[in-house]
Design a protein around this ligand. Structure first.
Ligand SMILES: [Ca+2]
Length: 227
């Protein structure tokens, strides 16, 4: 069942880098593109979004995209992102259809600061599982969330998600939670530590709330393991 165990993945929310995802660039695909096929232009991707997205007010000036083969078929999928304001962004995934057209198979309200799809973070069976970290928040709240996902026969599957960092200030209380996950074969362990302190007091916290949960891959998603 388990074809390959990739090194355990340990991610800390503080390691979010700067944007490494520029438009319009095309990353190499393991499958050579046909000579007859012209390179994909950003205007084409904008047109697909305008035609297929249910939301009509996307800020397309900030669009970036890449063609990358994420699954087992030979065609490259197209991943596009819009990075808007501090907490706003969108992720799009297009899958090539048998007739050559591209179908929007996922649209998420994710602001992605740094997108690295060069390598999956793990492979289970024939599923190449990738990580995306997206940022959300609002007044006094900032959250980084990791999502593990894959493409399976033209379908986008979100296999797991967990917060890597949450920082908030509410009624003069400063709250921090930071999390990480570790993958061991088909099992995933997610640990968080949180603390709070008065917003005005920067003295180190000494009381922590720590929690670890286990998940196991059920063939489709990582499912919480209960005793
Ligand atoms: Ca593909």
């Amino acid at each position: 069942m388990l074809k390959k165990v990739v090194l355990g993945v340990l991610v800390f929310g503080f390691a979010i880098g700067i944007t490494a995802f520029y438009a319009p660039s095309t990353f190499s695909s393991p499958f050579p593109q046909s000579q007859a096929q012209p390179p994909l232009e950003i205007d084409q991707v904008k047109k697909w979004i305008q035609q297929q997205s249910l939301k009509k007010d996307h800020y397309l000036e900030e669009l970036a995209f890449q063609e990358i083969n994420l699954d087992q078929d030979e065609a490259a999928e197209v991943v596009a992102t819009i990075t808007g304001g501090a907490h706003l962004g969108t992720f799009f995934l297009f899958d090539k259809q048998a007739n050559g057209s591209y179908q929007l198979i996922s649209e998420q309200s994710w602001k992605i600061d740094s997108l690295d799809l060069e390598q999956p973070v793990m492979e289970i069976g024939d599923k190449r599982i990738y990580q995306i970290v997206h940022h959300s928040g609002g007044t006094g709240v900032s959250v980084d969330t990791a999502v593990l996902w894959y493409v399976d026969k033209g379908r986008f599957v979100e296999a797991w998600s967990g917060e890597l960092k949450e920082v908030s200030t509410f009624q003069e209380e400063y709250y921090v939670k930071y999390g990480s996950y570790y993958v061991d074969g088909e099992n995933l362990y997610y640990s968080t530590t949180s603390y709070k302190r008065p917003d005005s007091d920067t003295k180190a916290a000494t009381v922590f709330n720590q929690k670890t949960s286990a998940y196991t891959f059920n063939g489709t998603i990582f499912e919480a393991v209960t005793k």
